[in-house]
Design a protein around this ligand. Sequence first.
Ligand SMILES: Nc1nc2c(ncn2[C@@H]2O[C@H](COP(=O)(O)OP(=O)(O)O)[C@@H](O)[C@H]2O)c(=O)[nH]1
Ligand SMILES: [Mg+2]
Length: 316
Amino acid sequence: MDSQAEGIRRGDRRALSRFLSRIESGDPTCEAALAALYPSTGHAQIAGITGPPGAGKSTLVAALTTELRQRGGTVAVLAIDPSSPLTGGALLGDRVRMQGVAQDPGVFVRSAGSRGATGGLSAFTLDAILALDAFGFDHILLETVGAGQGEVDVRHAVHSVVLVQPPGAGDAIQALKAGLLEIADIYVVNKADQPGAGLTAAELNTLLTLAPAEAWPPPVLLTTATAGDGMGPLADALSQHQAFLREAGRAQAWRRQQAAFHIRSVLQRRVLADLQRRLNSGSLLAQLAEDVCNGSTDPYAAAESVSIYHNAIEVH
Ligand SMILES: Nc1nc2c(ncn2[C@@H]2O[C@H](COP(=O)(O)OP(=O)(O)O)[C@@H](O)[C@H]2O)c(=O)[nH]1
Ligand SMILES: [Mg+2]
């Protein structure tokens, strides 16, 4: 096996860090190592923390990490934020808190810009989760900016989706009315120290009672992430949701959906990489563009001429 993959199995954090960098850079040799690590996965409880920018997701992830550590679990945090690539920005809003958790050997924090992959979560995220799971973390917290398609994608990468909103988030409530936000397993109204939080939570509760009854009625929780308030009930809700998934074969169904999503993501990445290579080789794309400009063809016929990928690209 790949030496970094072996390092991950042994619990070597530096090997894990380096391996995540390789995954992020799109190193194709990672796939064999990931395949070798796959049988070691399935232990971690994976939660997606999503919601609009500024809702307090990073602060909440830090506070929740502290809570989960107090309960004895190890925690990996993966923050995917297109606006803050690998080196950018303070991942966890509160620097003091960040230092606190960063020095804890039971906590691993990784921030990454989303790799421009079309629509939401990329194969990178799934591969990174796989590596963190194989390393043996008890909890993986994935922070993503909830925006359009990304929110739908996150459901297939995590066991539990937590939607974080600030008070008075009229837009989110409109979206919920339109059925766009019925993806969350747990709703959190953060910044409960600000006016209107109780009202927003009550509105959300009302809207959720209008939705068709589900086997898991999503709870609505109030938190003040900056003070660490509400983290106990949030950690409880997460473990209750995990227990719910384990009932009646739901975990198997989840695993199947997750596997399908992962296969599709890997295929999309390969097809796109193949296509990129093909278009770059011998300046094929530049040549075709030239043909379109001089009137000898049109963009559709030009695309058609790269026919080897014609069918493959439609697989999505
Ligand atoms: N008043 C208040 N501010 C908060 C709370 N949680 C986060 N914030 C602040 O909201 C801002 C955005 O927080 P951040 O965690 O970066 O949000 P993210 O963009 O969703 O990750 C920061 O200034 C935080 O200090 C809270 O519970 N109450
Ligand atoms: Mg953030």
